[in-house]
Ligand binder design. Structure first.
Ligand code: HEM
Length: 424
C-alpha cells in the first residue's frame, strides 16, 4: 500500500464489505484434493488419511477415530468451512457433554459414510470426499462450563502492530473446522452439525476457504497457491517426528491435543497488482514460479538466510516474509503447522450501478484464512507474528482482521467423544 490514504480506504473497504457483503459464499472451482493413504492413521502423519484421487465423486475416507483428531495433519482438502459457535444461555458442563457426544457421533458417521440419525438428506453425504471435522474449545468454553484443565496458553492473543481485528471473526466458545474435497458434502455436514447442536449452541461466524491442489503423475500432492500467486505451505513440519515435537501436546492431561490459531488476513489486491514481480519476490523471499527461496533453484531447497550477494547485501531480504517467519535461527520460536485456505468473496455493495464508481478495493474481498496448529502459541505463533507485524514487507498489502484461539482435544476411540477426558 503506497500511502496512508490508500491504507485507510483499504481498511474502510474491509469494514464496508464485512457489513454489506450480501452473500458470504466462497468462490471455488477447485477440483483437486485427496491423497493416497491406507486410511488407518487419522492424523495423516505418514500421508495416510484420504483414499480418493480428489474431485467430484471422490469417495476417499479419512479415518475418524485415533490418537489425534483428523483435519490437522491430514493432507489438504479443497474446501474448508470453519464455523464458530456460542453456547446457549444455561448450557453447563452437562449440556456441553451432551452436545459433544452428539456432535462427535454425527461427525463420525458423516466422515465415514454412515447415516446420521434423522438426516432427511442422507444422499448429500454419500460421497465422503475425504471429509474431516475437527473440534476445538475457546477460553470461554472453559469459563462457561467450569470444566478443568484449561491450557494456560488458552487466551486471546496479544494485540500486534497493525491489527485491525473485527469481532465478527473473533474468539468464540467452540469451533468446528469442516474440510473435504466434495463441496456438497462439506455443506451438508455443516448443516447437519449446526442443526444437530441447535439446542445447545448457535453458530456465530463461519469462514469459507478453498484451495486448488496440484497433483503430480504419481498422485502426490503439490503445494497450492494463495491469491498473491505464491506456493503456500512448502515449509511445514511434515514428518510424524516433527509433528510429535511441534504440533501435538506431548504430556499431561491435554496430551494428544494441539492449539489452533485462526487469523483472517485481508489482501489489498489492487495495490499488490501494482507491485512488480521483483518487489513481490523480494518481499516474500521466494520466487513466484518455482517457489524456491531466493538464491536457490527448487521449491524445497533450504533457504540460506546467512548468504550475502556480490553487492554485500543478504541474498534473502532480512525483512522478507520467510526471513521473519522462519523458526530457523530464532531461539524463541518453534515451528508450527500451517493449513491456510484462500477466500475470495463476491462483492455486492448495493447494486450493480454503485459498483461502477466504487473504489478499486471495494471490488475485492480476498485473503487468507490462516489456520495453524502448534503445541503452544507462546513458542510459535506469537513470536513469529510479533516479528512479522513489526517488519514483514508483506504488511504493505495485508491486514489481520480476525483472530481466534482454540484448544483442540485429542482424537477419540470408537465410542468416545471430543474432550471426554476433560469431563472425567
Ligand atoms: C497474508 C498472510 C500470509 C501470506 C500470504 C503468507 C504466505 C507465505 C508463503 C508464500 C510462504 C513461503 C512458502 C512456504 O513455506 O509455505 C510462507 C512461509 C511461511 N509463513 Fe506465511 N503467509 C502469511 C502469513 C503468515 C503468518 C501470520 C504466519 C505466522 C505467524 C506465517 C508463517 C509462515 C512460516 C513459519 C513460513 C515458513 C518460513 C520458513 O521457515 O521458510 N505466515 N508464508
Amino acid at each position: 500500500m503506497s500511502s496512508r490514504t490508500t491504507r485507510r480506504s483499504f481498511l474502510t473497504g474491509v469494514g464496508v464489505l464485512s457489513a454489506t457483503a450480501a452473500v458470504a459464499t466462497a468462490a471455488s472451482c477447485a477440483n483437486g484434493g485427496g491423497t493416497d493413504g491406507d486410511g488407518t492413521d487419522n492424523s495423516g502423519a505418514d500421508g495416510a488419511g484420504g483414499t480418493g484421487t480428489g474431485g467430484i465423486g471422490d469417495t476417499g475416507t479419512v479415518t475418524f477415530d485415533g490418537p489425534h483428531q483428523a483435519g490437522i495433519t491430514t493432507p489438504l482438502q479443497s474446501h474448508n468451512t470453519t464455523v464458530a459457535f456460542t453456547l446457549r444461555d444455561g448450557v453447563d458442563a452437562d449440556g456441553a457433554r451432551r452436545l459433544l457426544r452428539l456432535w462427535t457421533d454425527d461427525a463420525r458417521r458423516l466422515c465415514t459414510g454412515g447415516t446420521v440419525l434423522a438426516d432427511l438428506e442422507p444422499e448429500l453425504s454419500e460421497t465422503t470426499g475425504n471429509l474431516t471435522v475437527t473440534c476445538g474449545f475457546g477460553a470461554s468454553f472453559f469459563n462457561r462450563t467450569k470444566i478443568g484443565n484449561r491450557p494456560d496458553w488458552l487466551e486471546p492473543l496479544p494485540k500486534f502492530t497493525g491489527d485491525r481485528l473485527d469481532n465478527t471473526w473473533g474468539e468464540r466458545d467452540i469451533v468446528l473446522q469442516i474440510c473435504g474435497d466434495d463441496r456438497t458434502t462439506v455443506s451438508h455436514a455443516v448443516r447437519v452439525l449446526v442443526r444437530g447442536g441447535a439446542d445447545y449452541a448457535r453458530p456465530s461466524w463461519s469462514q469459507e476457504g478453498f484451495l486448488d491442489i496440484p497433483f503430480d503423475t504419481d498422485g502426490q500432492q503439490g503445494t497450492p497457491r494463495n491469491l498473491f500467486g505464491f506456493k503456500d505451505g512448502t515449509v511445514n513440519p511434515d514428518t510424524a517426528d516433527e509433528q510429535d515435537e511441534h504440533v501435538w501436546i506431548g504430556e499431561g492431561p491435554l496430551a494428544g491435543g494441539t492449539c489452533m490459531v485462526i487469523r483472517r488476513i485481508a489482501f489489498d489486491m489492487p495495490e499488490w497488482e501494482a507491485a512488480d514481480r521483483i518487489t513481490r519476490e523480494v518481499s516474500m523471499g521466494r520466487t513466484i514460479v518455482e517457489g524456491a527461496p531466493i538464491g536457490g533453484e527448487k521449491e524445497f531447497d533450504e533457504p540460506d538466510f546467512e548468504a550475502f550477494g556480490d553487492d554485500g547485501l543478504p541474498v534473502i531480504d532480512t525483512n522478507s516474509h520467510i526471513a521473519l517467519a522462519t523458526a530457523t535461527g530464532h531461539e524463541d520460536t518453534d515451528p508450527l503447522l500451517r493449513r491456510a485456505y484462500n477466500y475470495d468473496l463476491p462483492v455486492t455493495v448495493s447494486g450493480a450501478d454503485d459498483l461502477v464508481d466504487a473504489p478499486l478495493m471495494d471490488l475485492s474481498d480476498t485473503g487468507l484464512i490462516f489456520t495453524c496448529f502448534q503445541r503452544d502459541p507462546r513458542r510459535s505463533f506469537i513470536p513469529m507474528q510479533r516479528r512479522l507485524a513489526e517488519g514483514d514487507r508483506l504488511n504493505e498489502w495485508i491486514v489481520h482482521v480476525g483472530s481466534a484461539v482454540f484448544y483442540v482435544p485429542p482424537g477419540t476411540d470408537e465410542d468416545g467423544f471430543w474432550g471426554e477426558e476433560l469431563f472425567d
